[in-house]
Design a protein around this ligand. Structure first.
Ligand code: PRT
Ligand code: ZN
Length: 286
């Protein structure tokens, strides 16, 4: 029987939709796991296992799954034998320490002798150890942010994204301990054929993610401005320049990082660029 790569995906929650979408953009359709625990892709040697994100590292270490998509925070907390292959750019958040808004904070020694509620005891333990802070860790599995308000803890260590959960619970963020995003992880000892499938998938994921962060740009400009424009827009290698019917004018095509584009748009106009079009790229292989 031919090998199939088993990839673990969150069954429901913040990671599910974007994980499934990423595979779809890689040409791998597996449904969304709402009615099945396991789904076989029709056109790629892959099977998706839909699981709770916390269970994914263990399943990979135990060879039940070969690879998985989950947050770096869970990878760091679970400390299983898995390899992180690629950052995927979604589900970005940070893990931070927070205290009551009215409490005064100087530095991390604040937490000496205090109680901290968290669902991430391992990450917290090593942070406290590194900083020589002796605090009590209260492990709770959900609604960590209410712990100081009900007198269960003096502070919390939890995921923060916009900060509005902390704010509505009368808390303030005082230390950021790690940043996190979704990652592709894998078993360290896959056989040759599964490694080949994984490499093929990784190649597609990189092409999709490159395309997501880059845009194709087209603009018209007087020939005398082209040098300046080329310096403002570093392309993959060098931009394509085509003459326009109007003499002394050209059309310039290039690929730019989306964030770079916003930084240089005013300068492009200043040096004479007109009719600027920025279009999404579907896949980008570099
Ligand atoms: O059921 P299962 O165990 O699979 O899911 P889960 O409930 O453990 O996880 P889920 O779906 O909530 O989150 C999955 C992953 O998404 C996390 O492990 C993080 O890697 C990532 N992520 C990104 C987040 C957030 N952003 C986030 N904002 N996970 C949780 N939150 C919560 C946080 O716990 C807090 O309650 O949102 C609140 C804070 O958000 P702000 O915007 O108010 O700061
Ligand atoms: Zn979870």
């Amino acid at each position: 029987m031919k090998d199939v790569l088993r990839i673990a995906i969150q069954k429901s929650g913040r990671l599910n939709e974007q994980s499934v979408q990423l595979l779809k953009e890689c040409g791998v359709k597996v449904g969304n796991g709402s009615s099945t625990l396991i789904a076989r892709a029709s056109n790629f040697p892959l099977e998706a296992l839909f699981l709770r994100d916390d269970d994914i590292p263990q399943y990979i270490e135990d060879n039940v799954a070969d690879a998985g998509i989950l947050g770096e925070n869970v990878v760091a907390e679970k400390r299983k034998k898995v390899e992180v292959l690629e950052q995927l750019g979604f589900a970005r958040c940070r893990l931070s320490l927070a205290i009551r808004r009215e409490d005064e904070y100087g530095d991390v020694s604040f937490f000496n002798g205090k109680k901290i509620a968290t669902s991430y005891p391992e990450i917290l333990k090593s942070f406290l150890k590194k900083n020589k802070v002796k605090a009590e860790i209260e492990e709770i599995s959900g609604s960590v942010e209410i712990a100081p308000g009900i007198g269960l803890a003096d502070g919390i260590f939890d995921i923060v994204s916009t900060g509005s959960t902390l704010f509505t619970n009368g808390l303030k963020e005082v230390e950021t301990i790690m940043h996190s995003q979704a990652v592709l992880i894998a078993n360290r000892k896959l056989n040759k054929s599964k490694t080949e499938i994984l490499e093929k998938l990784l190649f597609r994921i990189r092409a999709v993610n490159n395309a997501r962060s880059n845009k194709y740009i087209l603009l018209n400009a007087p020939d005398k401005s082209l040098d300046k424009i080329c310096k403002l827009l570093p392309g993959i290698k060098s931009p394509t320049i085509l003459p326009l019917a109007k003499t002394g004018w050209s059309s310039l095509h290039s690929v730019v990082k989306e964030d770079v584009f916003w930084e240089v748009i005013d300068e492009l106009k200043k040096v004479g660029a007109e009719g600027i079009l920025v279009v999404p790229i579907e896949k980008m292989v570099v």
